[in-house]
Design a protein around this ligand. Structure first.
Ligand SMILES: [Zn+2]
Length: 234
């Protein structure tokens, strides 16, 4: 199965793809991971990528396309996370893989802002403890959000190591607004490209419940699609 997942920052996209990876034995492919891998292996491409990143520049499309192409060769089961990011990348992807479904995670902006700004992480750099202090129960345009907090047992101390919790600079409201805007601008043309193309089914789910429920909704939709495919191609 070949999947793409789209979702704004704070939609839990990373968590869902991890769960889908476990569930279906998919390889989770993100350009960030591939870049790190190439850099670590010290390949020519890795060195080029490292230079762009060092200078704080975006890695050019042709390099991104090249590394993804190499990675996807011969792979039958994967979920692409954060790719394609441009219409150009989507067009090349069409030539190298037949995508079975696109998972699109929807959420209202105010929920994302509330959720992201409530994130707290462990201040110990060796610990991956992360929490969320928002308790969201509201309905926006007919979508009912029930998102309980993920609180530490002791007041603002990490459950795993006892270190105090902090907020990442990236998770402050003014930065969140910018991150959401960038996502919106980048993803819109790519999603429109696929809608226009019309040949790849969309699985649209709302991020309005805790991750395990959202993943269940995605899995149910995938299973329905599979039945659909089987009936179509006996
Ligand atoms: Zn910790």
């Amino acid at each position: 199965m070949k999947l793409i997942i789209f979702g704004p920052p704070g939609s839990g996209k990373g968590t869902y793809s991890m769960r889908l990876r476990e569930r279906y034995g998919l390889e989770k492919i993100s350009t960030g991971d591939i870049f790190r891998e190439e850099i670590k292996r010290g390949t020519d491409l890795g060195k080029k990528i490292e230079n762009y990143l060092k200078e704080g520049k975006l890695v050019p499309d042709e390099i991104v396309i090249e590394v993804v192409k190499r990675k996807l060769e011969g792979l039958d089961n994967f979920i692409l996370d954060g790719y394609p990011r441009t219409v150009e990348q989507a067009k090349v992807l069409d030539k190298i893989a037949k995508i079975d479904a696109i998972i699109k995670i929807n959420a209202h902006k105010e929920i994302l802002v509330e959720k992201i700004s409530a994130r707290r992480i462990c201040s110990n750099p060796k610990c991956d403890g992360n929490y969320n202090i928002a308790n969201i129960k509201k309905t926006i345009e007919g979508v009912e959000y029930i998102l309980p907090p993920l609180l530490p047992k002791n007041d603002m101390k990490c459950d795993k190591c006892g270190s105090p919790l902090i907020q990442r600079d990236d998770d402050k409201p003014e930065v969140i607004e910018e991150r959401l805007k960038v996502y919106e601008q980048q993803s819109k043309p790519v999603i429109e490209y696929y809608i226009k193309k019309g040949s790849v089914p969309f699985i649209e789910v709302w991020m309005n419940r805790p991750p395990e429920e959202v993943v269940e909704n995605i899995v149910n939709a995938i299973e329905k699609l599979k039945v659909h495919f089987l009936n179509r191609n006996p």
